[in-house]
Ligand binder design. Structure first.
Ligand code: SF4
Ligand code: SF4
Length: 126
């Protein structure tokens, strides 16, 4: 008697939606900022916890704003690597826009761009 092996089709694993990472509660309470004095600040900068740009939109600090022309971009990615605020938005290997909620307007991207695709302009605030 021959034993026939049946090919058992494996059920594909159900597609799971990636679980949205829950943002941790900020450890730094800024609600009493008016009462803060030099005794509570280190000289230089205070970085109370890593990754806090999720809570703080630093775009309002800007005086100059980068203007990006994706047509002139050759995809070298220098702006992306040098931007201290990770504000260069890349699509299909080219810089296409700037995250103005976080860009502080330092101008490094414009200085590094070899094709002149980024120029700094005075940020006209409302
Ligand atoms: S101006 Fe500075 S912060 Fe803004 S995108 Fe360019 S490098 Fe980043
Ligand atoms: S530095 Fe200039 S050419 Fe290079 S990716 Fe950025 S915008 Fe494009």
């Amino acid at each position: 008697m021959s034993v026939e092996k049946k090919a058992v089709a494996k059920k594909p694993a159900p597609l799971r939606k990636p679980r949205q990472k829950k943002l941790p509660k900020p450890k730094w309470d800024v609600s009493d900022l008016d009462t803060w004095g030099p005794d509570r600040h280190e000289l230089g900068a205070t970085i109370p916890e890593a990754g806090n740009s999720v809570y703080n939109e630093t775009g309002g600090w800007r005086t100059f704003v980068p203007e990006l022309d994706p047509e002139k971009c050759d995809g070298c990615m220098l702006c992306y690597f040098y931007c201290p605020d990770a504000s260069i938005i890349v699509e299909d290997g080219k810089a296409v826009a700037v995250d103005l909620a976080h860009c502080k307007g330092c101008g490094i991207c414009a200085k590094e761009c070899p094709t002149g695709a980024i120029v700094m302009k005075l940020d006209e605030k409302e």
